[in-house]
Design a protein around this ligand. Structure first.
Ligand code: ADP
Length: 501
């Protein structure tokens, strides 16, 4: 797989480079060819123009002394002596060759003229490529007039194209050799680079292969934190860290849960074993044992029920029962139940302020459970003679419920954890306090789930030696305030709803 990626990268690289090199070579070849031919045409035109100039000059100088055609022969003869070999030049009067200067091409002026399809019109330099003896020649032909003698001539100049063709063949051979060599070198270099740059991926894969649930503390090597592969390794490392935390929490949860379940079972078992060992015990002693067993079984049932509720919450299968009800009434009744507990512990519960006729759409049973968890905790942790103030207000598009007690408060170090499952700030104390909750440290976790489920939140507003204040926010839905709450869309987040029968 990794090899394929390297090869694929190299192939892509070579294909793109090949396309660029071929395009460049073709363009270079054609531009070079054009420039060579342009240069040749230029030199043929210059030779014709020089001939015309020289002829004009000579005729003017020898006017009346030498006949016109003699002048032409003189001019070509001089040119032959001064610029041999140069191009072949022929001077014509109509179709009659007046004079000729042979050059390097080796084709006669007559042979050239025979192969031309037409003659140039006035002032035109007419170029053609003609073939003779399996060779190609470039020809320029021009119309010239000698004003002093009133004569009109045609001048033809020609050169073989062979040197240009030979040069272009050499260029083509060079390009045909250079392009494959470049591609081979590029392929080797590209493959080397692909292997080198993908090496960290192989290292990461090897390292990731070694990581399992037993050594989740290991991390992938991050060679260059600044590049993309470094970023990938860091992202994987963050995933491993989250996995490690999740595993740790899961293990902690298992350990806490088994501890909470084991304690009541052990107490009940010990009480039963003691009774069975003392067969002669009076009936009262047996009743005592049964009471111990019953209280432990009740505790066990509460822990199991709380765990079950949270398990349903986690899996999202909890079926919420949404109704429209008066939240002040639900709170009032919860307070009444809490007062029973408070009375037993000499803690007074007071309703400080209650928003009247406050309609709300939600799961009434769950919200009552939330209120009871807070009241139960407040009573449980408040010393005798203290009091708990409960308040319901509508505030900023939400119902705000506060439960303030005069207990000893929660140590600052424990405050961030009290909503964690099985977390108890004072382990020995919280289990000792009798109350409605299990005392296993699940109450606030359930309360938080209920608040979140209604789109709200719960938090510890403040806590200190003067007591603790818990605040619950339950937003109205549909943005219509209290009156709109009952028409609102479901506030129950991510849970299936069940209308009450
Ligand atoms: P528990 O079942 O142990 O009460 P909770 O989840 O309800 O579990 O609470 C977690 C911990 O938070 C408790 O063990 C307790 O230490 C602390 N706590 C909760 N409410 C109060 C309160 N009103 N006053 C003091 N401590 C509290």
């Amino acid at each position: 797989m990794r090899k394929t990626l390297r090869v694929r990268l190299t192939l892509w690289y070579v294909v793109v480079l090949a396309a660029v090199l071929v395009a460049f070579s073709v363009e270079f070849y054609s531009l070079f060819d054009k420039s060579q031919r342009k240069q040749l045409d230029g030199s043929l035109r210059s030779a014709a123009q020089v001939t015309a100039l020289a002829l004009n000059h000579e005729t003017e100088e020898h006017l009346g002394k030498i006949a016109g055609e003699e002048n032409v022969r003189l001019v070509l003869n001089t040119m032959h002596q001064t610029s041999f070999p140069g191009p072949d030049i022929g001077v014509w009067e109509g179709s009659r060759l007046v004079a000729e200067k042979p050059g390097s091409a080796g084709i006669s002026a007559s042979a050239v003229k025979e192969r031309l399809s037409r003659e140039p019109v006035e002032d035109e330099t007419y170029f053609r490529t003609v073939e003779w003896n399996a060779q190609r020649y470039r020809v320029a032909i021009m119309n010239i007039r000698v004003p002093s003698s009133q004569a009109t001539y045609l001048v033809s100049t020609n050169e073989s194209v062979r040197p240009i063709e030979a040069e272009m063949r050499t260029v083509a051979e060079l390009l045909l050799l250079a392009v494959p060599v470049c591609l081979l070198l590029a392929a080797a270099g590209g493959y080397f680079l692909a292997v080198k740059s993908l090496a960290p991926v192989s290292d990461m894969a090897r390292a990731a292969d070694q990581i399992s649930s037993h050594n989740l503390d290991q991390r992938l090597p991050v060679e260059n934190p600044g590049d993309e592969l470094g970023l990938l390794a860091e992202t994987f490392n963050r995933v491993f860290e989250r996995l490690q935390n999740a595993f740790r929490q899961q293990r902690q949860l298992m350990a806490d849960a088994s501890h909470e379940l084991r304690t009541p079972v052990s107490v009940a078992l010990t009480a039963t074993q003691v009774s069975l060992a003392n067969r002669d015990d009076a009936v009262d002693a047996l009743y005592d044992t049964l009471e111990v067993v019953q209280s432990q079984m009740l505790r066990l049932r509460r822990v199991v029920e709380d765990m079950f509720t949270l398990a349903q919450a986690d899996s999202g299968v909890y079926e919420a029962k949404q109704t429209v009800f008066y939240i002040d009434e639900a709170l009032f009744e919860s307070v009444r139940a809490g007062k029973v507990l408070g009375k037993a512990r000499d803690v007074e519960i007071r309703l400080a302020h209650l928003a009247p006729a406050s309609e709300y759409a939600g799961d009434e049973g769950l919200l009552r459970q939330l209120f009871l968890i807070l009241l139960d905790n407040a009573v449980k942790y408040t010393p005798a003679g203290g009091h708990v103030d409960v308040c319901l207000k509508s505030h900023g598009g939400a119902y705000r419920i506060t439960v303030a007690d005069t207990g000893p408060g929660i140590p600052a170090a424990d405050q961030p954890h009290i909503f964690d499952r099985f977390y108890r700030a004072d382990k020995s104390r919280s289990r000792r306090q009798p109350g409605m909750g299990s005392g296993a440290g699940l109450g606030l976790a359930i309360a938080q789930w209920i608040a979140h489920m209604h789109g709200g939140d719960i938090r510890l507003e403040n806590s200190g030696p003067q007591g603790s204040v818990f605040r619950v926010e339950l937003p109205f839905f549909g943005g219509k305030g209290e009156a709109g709450a009952k028409e609102a869309a479901s506030p129950l987040r991510g849970y299936s709803r069940q209308s009450p029968a």
